[in-house]
Write a protein that binds this ligand. Structure first.
Ligand code: ATP
Ligand code: MG
Length: 159
């Protein structure tokens, strides 16, 4: 069965919102107020969104805003997470989905992690017939987006 992408995204953000209160990060949602059926493995998609959101929190300044957007575009849905963090230099952008790749070795080591989060996120997006991409401006912020096939007439088990 399909699942409702709207509920799914809201629930994942709810969890991050509670967990990151301390860092004073604001979550902004641009999510339609209606059911959007997508076909997918809920646990895997949760891991995908978790990996992206945890990066945006990790690389955000205190008090930064993280904007989560969900929209339908033709036959796919697009979920985006935009932060106001350090950003990623242009020359590094094409590598961020590589396994064990980390942009700033020293900074990344301080913040912890292995450099696998985005490689896993990409694997999951591709396995669902979707895609994942990034745009970023050094010093201004980063937006990670992924797409999933939109099941226009999908029957949801959680609508
Ligand atoms: P792990 O996810 O395994 O804990 P990680 O976060 O370092 O470790 P990835 O999630 O794969 O690894 O990210 C790869 C690298 O891309 C990061 O080390 C960081 O340099 C850069 N990066 C990822 N997301 C962002 C972001 N939102 N803003 C700035 N840099 C980012
Ligand atoms: Mg990560």
């Amino acid at each position: 069965a399909s699942m409702n992408a709207t509920t799914f995204v809201n629930q994942v953000i709810d969890r991050f919102e509670m967990a990151t209160k301390k860092q004073d990060i604001q979550f902004k949602r641009k999510i339609p107020d209606k059911s959007i059926p997508v076909l997918g493995d809920r646990d895997k998609l949760t891991q995908l969104l978790d990996n992206i959101l945890s990066n945006s929190v990790k690389y955000s300044p205190e008090g930064g805003t993280i904007t989560c957007t969900l929209k339908i575009e033709k036959s796919r849905i697009i979920i985006s997470v935009k932060d106001e963090g350090v950003g990623i230099p242009k020359e590094n952008l094409s590598h961020v989905f590589d396994r064990f790749y980390r942009v700033d070795k020293a900074r990344s080591r301080n913040l912890g992690g292995t450099g696998l989060g985005l490689a896993i996120a990409k694997e999951i997006a591709i396995a669902h017939g979707g895609d994942i991409w990034v745009s970023s401006e050094w010093g201004k912020g980063t937006t990670f987006s992924f797409s999933l096939p939109y099941e226009e007439d999908g029957v949801m088990d959680d609508a």
